[in-house]
Design a binder for this molecule. Sequence first.
Ligand SMILES: Nc1ncnc2c1ncn2[C@@H]1O[C@H](COP(=O)(O)OP(=O)(O)O)[C@@H](O)[C@H]1O
Ligand SMILES: [Mg+2]
Length: 281
Amino acid sequence: MIEVVDLSFSYNHKPFIEHMNFSVQKGEIFGFLGPSGAGKSTLQKILTGLIRGYRGNAIVNETECKSYKNDFYENIGVDFEFPSLYEKLTGRENLKFFGSLYSKELRDIDEALKMVGLQNDGGKKVSEYSKGMKSRLNFIKALLHNPDILFLDEPTNGLDPNNSRIMKNIILKEKEKGRTIILTTHNMVDATELCDRVAFIVNGSIKALDSPHNLIMSKGAAKIKYTFMDGKEETRECLLNKTSEDMMLYELIKSNRIVSIHSSEPTLDDIFAEVTGSVLQ
Ligand SMILES: Nc1ncnc2c1ncn2[C@@H]1O[C@H](COP(=O)(O)OP(=O)(O)O)[C@@H](O)[C@H]1O
Ligand SMILES: [Mg+2]
């Protein structure tokens, strides 16, 4: 569905994205994961035809992004990082207006509002909406025309846990329908839960690309931490795949002296820090 080959781009003659390559299959949720300023939104802008001055190929739905025709947008839906809505219009009027730009059949607007808990707010002007309400309206605006490919730039940013859960469930439902989804985020919990594959992006380049599971397992360092009494309480650690070599653990188990035992896998955050040398904010 998406093919990026030898992509390069610079904002001010200074190279930013250099020789980037990746592809996204139909039906995949693909994550752009990286700290602020990494280039995630820039990449999304290239793939949605907003930035055309790139070199190499950025092919979306068989179209080279810089030379798209108007029907390009019939099959893609974009949820921008910052909501783009008409403040003087109501939520429902915004959806009607943006929906009218497409020739495709649209979702039912009231059902769409209900999906994100805005069923009682469709008649209010967007200027009266809270930040979270605008994010939710902007999100369903991207889904209105049932696009094959969805680009979601930080869709859960700034939402409370309940609304964030609702959004994530909608994203998973869209995947079930066979949609291809690009999810930009700096939230590794969301990335681990939702993405089939993630690209770690730092300073305009991809530092790693794989499924969250493989990335976590690639460092393979699941550990156990055990506590025991030895006059006072003591805690020790050992690698999960090396427990048979830990004689102290063996003796403690034999003499029933273990007070507590926990296993822990590295998180995607840990792997990100290890691979890229930077932290997600
Ligand atoms: N229009 C622009 N002109 C010049 N520099 C820009 C522009 N937009 C973004 N940048 C710079 O490009 C880098 C990547 O930005 P962005 O793609 O928004 O990152 P992210 O979405 O990962 O936070 C940042 O250093 C940002 O300052
Ligand atoms: Mg961004």
